[in-house]
Structures are given as C-alpha cells and as structure tokens.
Design a binder for this molecule. Sequence first.
Ligand code: NAD
Ligand code: UD1
Length: 349
Amino acid sequence: MNGQTILVTGGTGYIGSHACVELLTAGYQVVVVDNLSNSKVEPLRRLEQITGKTLQFYEADIRDKKALTEIFDREPIGAVMHFAGLKAVGESCRQPLSYYHNNVYGTMVLAEAMAEANVKQLVFSSSATVYGESTSVQYVEDFPLGAINPYGRSKLMIEEILRDLSAADAINGAQSPWKIALLRYFNPIGAHESGLIGEDPNGIPNNLMPYVSQVAIGKLAQLSVFGDDYPTRDGTGVRDYIHVVDLVKGHIKALEALQGEKFKSGGCKAYNLGTGRGYSVLDIIKTFEAVTGRKVNYKIGPRRAGDLPEYFANAELAYKELGWKAEKNLDDMVADTWNWQCKNPQGYV
Ligand code: NAD
Ligand code: UD1
C-alpha cells in the first residue's frame, strides 16, 4: 500500500539497506531502527541519494522495549520488516548466548512492542539453514526442520515463536490477527546496480562471494576452496545464490500478500527465496573471472565443518502465492558485486 509506513529493523545492514531502497521506490515511508552493531549510518545517506527520498532513522536496540514503544508511539507504522540480528555461524558456536539473546529475545521484545501497538504484520528474515537433514537437495517449505548450529537454531526458534503467536490468535479469535511471512533466504549476494550500497563485511569475510571479490581486488591473497571431494558435479559445494535486489523485491511481494486476500484471516507462512538453481564454488570462480577479467587466486583446502555438499531452493511457492521469482542471473550478481567492490574498495569509509 503506497504511503504506508514500514519499520525496517536492521535497515542499515546489507539486506535491510537494499530493502529500504525498494520500499522507498515503491512509495512506502520508511523508519529504520538499528543499533549499528554490524553496520554504519552511511548506507542511509547513500540510499537516500539513490531514491531521492528520505527516511527516519533511530539508533536503538530491538531489545530495548522502551525505545521500541516510543518509536511505535511516534510513527504511524503499519508493518515491520525484521532484518536485525547476528548472522555469523562460527561466532554463534563460540557465543551462543549472545545469539539467542540478540536474535530470539530481540524478536520477542519486538513482537511484544508490535502487539501493544496493534501492528501485527511482519516479514521476517529466516534462512535455508532451518532445514534439517534431507534426502533431497532441492528444499521445499514443508521439509522437516532442524538446524545444526546456534545461529540456525536461533532462526528456527524465532520461526516457532512466530507460528505460536499466529496460532494463539486463531484460538483466541483475535479481531486483528498476526500476518507473518517467514522468508527463508538461500545465499544472497550482489549489490545495488548503482554501486552505492553493498555488502561491507567486518574484517575477513566468512562467506564466499565477498571473499572472492576481495581476492580479485588484491585485498586478500588467496581463496581457500573448502573441499573438492563432495559428491557434487565438480566436487565443490553447491548453493543457490540469489541477487540481493531480487531478494528484497520478494519482501515487497510478501508485504503485499500479507495485506491481501490470502492472509485476510491472519496466518504465518514460510516461503523460500532462491533462484531454484545451484552453482558450485568453481562455477562462482569461473564466472567471476569471465565477468571481471580478473584472476581469482585459489587453492583447494580442507572442508569447513558444518558445510553441506549441495542444496538449492524450490521457489515455486513464492511464485504461486506471492507472484515473485528471481530475475537476475549469476553474471548480474557477479557484475554488481564487482561494481560495488571497485567503487568502495574499503567499504563504507
Ligand atoms: P547485516 O549484519 O548486514 O544486517 C543486520 C543489521 O542488524 C545490522 O545493521 C546490525 O547492526 C543490526 N542489528 C543486529 N542486532 C541488532 C539489535 N539487537 N538491535 C538493532 N539492530 C541490530 O546482515 P544481513 O546480511 O543484512 O542480514 C539481515 C538478516 O537476514 C539477518 O537477520 C540475517 O540473519 C538474515 N539472513 C542473512 C543471510 C545472508 O547471507 N546475508 C542469509 C539468511 C538470512
Ligand atoms: C553460510 C552459513 C549459513 C548462512 C549463510 C549466510 C555456514 C556453515 N553456513 O552459508 O548458515 O545462512 O552463510 O550468512 O557457515 N566457501 C569456500 N571458501 C570460502 C567460503 C565459502 O569454498 O572462503 C564455500 C562453502 O564451503 C560453500 C560455499 O562456498 O560451499 C558458500 O559458502 P558461504 O558463502 O559461506 O555460504 P553457506 O555456507 O552456504
């Protein structure tokens, strides 16, 4: 609904900042809340430059109930896109309590503040990491769930909490029931085509794409390919990479669906956001070299603990129910990553 005000938690982060661009472009008003624990305010200035529009920013922690209540009192918020959270798998194994506190407790406080303000439309950043062991490499939303690390479990717990909230409304016959979309992302990469906003990881990147692009630009010496003895077509890990702009367009479609016929009586529903196609680590390296003309120096290293050989999305449900599908291909993802990297070799400094 154009003109409606959307609260974007984690809006200064990688995906949240791209979501703000899409929301502003689609005519929504945007209020961002972020504690800047893994981001800077600079992307907000840049996304205002991209869109020619302004937004309202609050530096606050989603665990701070008083701060959230004040924001809901002050702003005419109609729905929430909830990106705020910690996301590093390795760190979550070393500091599980901070992940549960930040992600799970943070979402509970947010949901309480929302319920008190009678704002009950929520689009949540979940992850393909919530899927349990599966015999198929193409994940469908009704597959069994079961995460294998504290980060993944924090996402799974949040999904369960949100499903319980929605079920309680059904039991209690709530007048304005919760309407919740759990969006399970596969591997978001790329950047806005302007090269003004993109992914700015702290220190050495954990994830493949930012690592590859920092090797290509000469910031890092060599990529280690985590294993080439997996039962995949070239022995390296296969994932479903999705352009961040396609991903955030999926959020707008989900928001529209929450306000439409399908969610008229409320509900909580999960949707995969992926392309439905898997690429190997070697595919990524080759495409990167072809699109940028740069050599990616790499060696084959040992497997990384906790990595699965291969998985990708079945994205049919999002197409059927949200009218969304990814449009951009791997060349686009690489070209936009490289454009961002070249224009911002030191990130948001
Ligand atoms: P990001 O770290 O760039 O953005 C998250 C933002 O949330 C940051 O700006 C951070 O400062 C903020 N934040 C963290 N804790 C907060 C708190 N307690 N209060 C207020 N702000 C807080 O990460 P991202 O890649 O943009 O991811 C966004 C969401 O998507 C996260 O919830 C993440 O778990 C989820 N997700 C990301 C990926 C991915 O590959 N990037 C994949 C699946 C799911
Ligand atoms: C990882 C997380 C996942 C999280 C996602 C987004 C793990 C085990 N999984 O997914 O929970 O939702 O990031 O934040 O951390 N690779 C290399 N060399 C590298 C980096 C990666 O070969 O330096 C390989 C990996 O083995 C994998 C592929 O590249 O096969 C993609 O890795 P990555 O970008 O880290 O994403 P995931 O592991 O899929």
